[in-house]
Ligand binder design. Structure first.
Ligand SMILES: [Cu+2]
Length: 436
């Protein structure tokens, strides 16, 4: 049991549940000792409700409130979290589920599964971790105090070696931070949530990665799962044993349950430990041992490149007005992460005219993965009108890239950033601004 920051005193916060087209009012009270904010991740709502302090929405001081009032246009599995410093790496996150009135929903149950990497109250605070990363980055610069830097850096880099095997030699999906715990729905693997159903039941699982520095691979032992949506938008159903999910991403999958008790595992890529829940359809079946690693985790996990947009969900097939580069780079020494060579303070915003199709050419010049998130829009991977899935957060592998198109139909100033909370804090953010 730890003392931390949360929405409504529980982790994850209680899910918001509305229907597409609903008008939502939220009375947001700040009882924390610091200013905070709340961003509605995945909702293409009006700009002044987006919850980015100093850009779209006022920061909320301690003891103050802000009244949100917006119409939710699109269905899907979304979530909310602060957009202030490293507050996301505490317990401030909750699902925001938007039901589709047109969807039949061919399943018996629905489970929301929120993944997180946890340190607050167990290990160092997020701010201490960041300060240590910055200090280690300074100390490791040649000609400075190497010894101190190496000692401080070691705990954070500890997971990196073990990541190489998982990715078949691809370097450094391991993040920058080693966490003492990984959680599913707020619980550590030693005290897992038990999800109950009957044998043969079909379950829709809504996966949300609320972690700050951890990519997970998720599998349900003994089951194949069918991915149906990502970031709220439908895809052509795709069967897989495991799903790789970056920070900020969501995947919906349907699974038909066997008879027994099964481990639902979220394995942090390149880090020690795992998050775990138990799926139980039989009272008599023994609980799987904590050490059990589902065979499904041994194969290649599904990533976004395996998915195609569902019929009717593509953007209109139109030529983009132009291509804007989004080059991701950075270093541990010094600890700085950049877009197009500069940190957020120095960033020149990208621009777009209302009604146009914009294209971003994302290229990762670093040896780490970065989940890139665009506020207020859902882009299409590849090209508008093509076969790629619609998403608002895309995991860009080391030295990899992606072209994404978006329809500029939601005017305002919108953040584009890495959803690694430490990278964002170290500068990996910019803005997309509508020209008038
Ligand atoms: Cu990043």
């Amino acid at each position: 049991m730890v003392s931390t920051w949360a929405y409504g005193g529980v982790i994850p916060g209680k899910a918001f549940r509305v229907t597409a087209g609903d008008r939502v009012k939220v009375a947001f009270h700040n009882d924390l000792p610091e200013p905070t904010s709340v961003h509605w991740h995945g909702l293409a709502i009006r700009n002044d409700m987006d919850g980015v302090p100093d850009v779209t929405t006022p920061s909320v001081d301690p003891g103050q409130r802000f009244d949100f009032d917006f119409v939710v246009p699109d269905p899907g599995t979304h979530w909310f979290h602060p957009h202030t410093g490293l507050q996301l790496d505490r317990g401030l996150y909750a699902p925001f589920i938007v039901d589709d009135p047109a969807e039949p929903g061919d399943y018996d149950h629905e489970w929301i599964v929120v993944l997180d990497d946890w340190t607050d109250g167990v290990g160092r605070s997020p701010e201490q971790i960041f300060d240590d990363l910055v200090a280690a980055g300074r100390a490791d610069v040649p000609g400075t105090d190497m010894g101190m830097g190496m000692r401080m850096r070691q705990p954070d880099m500890g997971g990196e070696g073990s990541g190489m095997g998982v990715d078949g030699g691809m370097m450094s999906d391991a993040g920058d931070v080693a966490y003492p715990l990984f959680l599913i729905n707020g619980r550590p693997a030693s005290d897992p949530e038990v999800l109950h159903a009957r044998p043969g039941d079909r379950v829709r699982v809504r996966l949300i990665n609320a972690g700050s520095d951890t990519i997970f691979t998720v599998a349900l032992a003994g089951h194949e799962i069918t991915v149906t949506h990502t970031d709220g938008y439908p895809v052509r159903p795709e069967d897989t044993g495991a799903i790789r999910i970056g920070m900020g991403e969501r995947y919906d999958a349907v699974v038909e349950l066997g008879d027994g008790a099964f481990a639902l595992i979220a394995e942090p890529v390149g880090k020690r430990g795992s998050a775990r829940a138990i799926v139980r359809t039989s009272a008599a079946a023994p609980t799987p041992p904590a050490s059990q690693r589902p065979n499904e985790l041994a194969g290649f996990p599904l990533t976004v490149s395996a998915l195609q947009v569902a019929e009717g969900a593509a953007l209109p097939a139109r030529e983009p007005v132009g291509t804007q580069p989004l080059a991701l780079s950075g270093s541990m020494t010094p600890y700085v992460w950049t877009i197009n060579g500069v940190t957020y303070e120095e960033a020149m915003p990208l621009t777009i005219g209302e009604g146009q199709i914009g294209r971003l050419q994302i290229s990762n010049m670093s040896m780490m993965s970065h989940p890139i998130h665009l506020h207020g829009h859902t882009f299409q991977i590849g090209a508008a009108g093509g076969t790629g899935p619609r998403k608002d957060t895309v995991l860009i592998p080391p030295m990899g890239g992606a072209t994404v198109d978006f329809a500029a139909e939601n005017p305002g100033q919108w953040m584009i950033h890495c959803h690694n909370a430490y990278h964002a804090e170290a500068g990996m953010m910019t803005r997309l601004e509508y020209t008038t």
